[in-house]
Design a protein. Structure first.
Length: 128
C-alpha cells in the first residue's frame, strides 16, 4: 500500500497514468484513510477503501463481472473487471459508480480522478 500526502486542497497525485494498466488497481493511504485507484476500460476510478456494509477492506477484494439482465433461461456474463467484490463479505460494487449491484442505495464513496501532465490526481472530496 502506497502512503501518500494530499496538498492543501485535498488533491493527491497517486501515480503516473502509464503505471497502471487496464484491469489493475493501486491501493493507497492518505493519513488514516484508505483508497483504491482502478483502471477500467482506459479510465480511472477512485473508491474509498472502507466498505459501506461493515467497514471491511473493500478495495482488496477481487475484480470480477456479473450476470447481466437477460430473458428467461438465458445467462450472459458481462462487466468483466468492472465489479469489485468486498474482501470481507462479498458484497459487489460497480467501480465506475460505487453502487452496490443488489442494492443501489448502498454505495461506496467515489472520488473525482483527473489525469494532469501524465499524473493521475484524485480529489479526496467525495463525488456528489
Ligand atoms: S464489509 Fe464489505 S461486504 Fe461486509
Amino acid at each position: 500500500m502506497h502512503v501518500l500526502e494530499a496538498d492543501e486542497s485535498g488533491r493527491v497525485a497517486v501515480c503516473r497514468a502509464d503505471e497502471l494498466a487496464d484491469g489493475e488497481r493501486l491501493l493507497f493511504r492518505v493519513g488514516r484513510r484508505r483508497f483504491g485507484l482502478f483502471r477500467y476500460d482506459g479510465r480511472f476510478f477512485a473508491l474509498n477503501g472502507v466498505c459501506p456494509h461493515a467497514a471491511g477492506a473493500l478495495c482488496e477484494g477481487p475484480l470480477t463481472g456479473t450476470a447481466l439482465p437477460t430473458d428467461e433461461f438465458t445467462y450472459d456474463y458481462g462487466k468483466d473487471g468492472q465489479v469489485l467484490r468486498c474482501a470481507w463479505h462479498g458484497f459487489e460494487f460497480d467501480i465506475t459508480t460505487g453502487r452496490s449491484l443488489v442494492d443501489p442505495k448502498l454505495r461506496a464513496r467515489t472520488f473525482p480522478v483527473r489525469v494532469e501532465d501524465g499524473a493521475v490526481v484524485v480529489e479526496l472530496r467525495p463525488r456528489k
